[in-house]
Ligand binder design. Structure first.
Ligand SMILES: [Zn+2]
Length: 159
């Protein structure tokens, strides 16, 4: 038992195949963190502050960024693809899905408070539930809704 999350605790997500050019791997792997601390929750919340509004998709992207620590993806020349948000955002959605599911499960296990005793049944209302439902909503909506263009309110123009 410890009071602290171990940021080095990881698990390997096995993808169904190798997605790299020339398929040098049996299948690709993505290493994700399995323990998260209070600071990680703060990092996720901060994306809303930075955006100046509630931005669930930015939070989702941030969760992927802070959870993925390693992956096997390489480029045309066999060079490893650098980790980071820019490349994460370029991943094909079908590949992100199993990774995101594993991260959601790890995040849920790490951050949802376990009620007294050892029956760790997940509860209805938690940030993870919000994340999961956001994901579903995103799949349904093809295009992100843009804020409707506000008509520029210029003062009365008298000629
Ligand atoms: Zn590969």
């Amino acid at each position: 038992m410890t009071a602290f999350a171990n940021p080095a605790a990881t698990a390997v997500v096995d993808l169904d195949t190798c997605y790299c050019p020339n398929e040098p791997h049996d299948h690709d792997t993505v290493t994700i963190r399995t323990q998260f601390g209070y600071g990680d929750i703060m990092d996720l919340s901060r994306v809303h502050t930075n955006a100046g509004r509630i931005d669930p998709m930015a939070e989702r992207a941030k969760l992927l960024e802070l959870a993925i620590t390693e992956w096997s993806f390489v480029g045309e020349e066999g060079e490893s693809v650098p980790l980071g948000l820019p490349m994460i955002l370029l991943l094909k959605p079908s590949i992100v899905e199993p990774i995101a599911e594993a991260i959601d499960a790890a995040w849920s296990a790490a951050t949802v408070p376990v009620p007294n005793g050892r029956s760790g049944q997940s509860r209805g209302s938690s940030p993870v539930t919000l994340l999961a439902s956001t994901n579903r909503a995103q799949r349904r909506a093809k295009k992100p809704s843009r804020p409707s263009s506000s008509s520029a309110s210029a003062g009365p123009t008298s000629s």
